[in-house]
Ligand binder design. Sequence first.
Ligand SMILES: NC(=O)c1ccc[n+]([C@@H]2O[C@H](COP(=O)([O-])OP(=O)(O)OC[C@H]3O[C@@H](n4cnc5c(N)ncnc54)[C@H](OP(=O)(O)O)[C@@H]3O)[C@@H](O)[C@H]2O)c1
Length: 245
Amino acid sequence: MSPQSDALVAGASGGIGRALVIALLADPSIHRVFAVSRSSIAPDSLQHHPKLVWLCCDYTEESMLQVVEQVQSYRPTILRVAICHGILHGDKLAPEKRLEDINADSLQAVFAVNAIIPVLWLKVLRKLLNGAEHCKVAVLSARVGSIGDNHLGGWYAYRASKAALNMFLKTASIEYSRRSANVKLISFHPGTTDTPLSKPFQSSVAAHKLFTAEFVATKLIEHMTAAEVDGQLAFIDWDGQTIDW
Ligand SMILES: NC(=O)c1ccc[n+]([C@@H]2O[C@H](COP(=O)([O-])OP(=O)(O)OC[C@H]3O[C@@H](n4cnc5c(N)ncnc54)[C@H](OP(=O)(O)O)[C@@H]3O)[C@@H](O)[C@H]2O)c1
């Protein structure tokens, strides 16, 4: 990579987002890491890191455009992007077990975070990523967003929002291949990872199948480095295996 390679992580306070920020800060080939979060301050251990630029965002399009302007002022060469937003449960939100559990407000809230915010990032970041050098953009998706792989049912909002995310990514990959051909888009399934998102569902997961966020961050960075810039969207898991749409 170029001596001035920068990285951007959106959703930097989450389990996987934070692990990615830490891994990218430790990577000598990365000059600067832009970390974007709803949280206005970086975690204590990172606050004075010389390579870190922490940017607060409420993820309205206006706020995302302000982030892009702030990043642009550094004249960066962004060659790695990870978009890490995702919700599965919350105060008034639980994954649906059956049709009767479906609720319009919950569907809207889940779609907003899991599908709409990521595609808005692809909209507002495109010009910043346009350049001569190869740039790899990974968006955190999930295997349960695969229509072909849906054998269990349930989790209507989460599954459908991730399927919608994948369609946004596929459509954007076609446009990027025409307008920003230096960019490779990756839809990434991290595997079940020990973060607040998976906490309530971990009891049914075998210990060796529950990954640390640090492991997943390392795998994702490896796959981003190895990915070929071919104008195609890849849908891969933590092991680099292709997932059925
Ligand atoms: N953990 C797993 O087992 C697992 C499995 C499959 C897929 N994934 C996917 O991996 C990604 C990262 O998840 P995680 O495990 O790191 O979860 P997490 O620790 O709960 O982190 C949540 C992430 O979502 C963002 N977020 C939460 N609420 C939001 C809201 N209202 N508006 C905008 N952004 C919001 C957070 O950004 P801020 O920095 O702004 O807080 C953070 O990046 C998600 O896309 C998730 O679906 C996770």
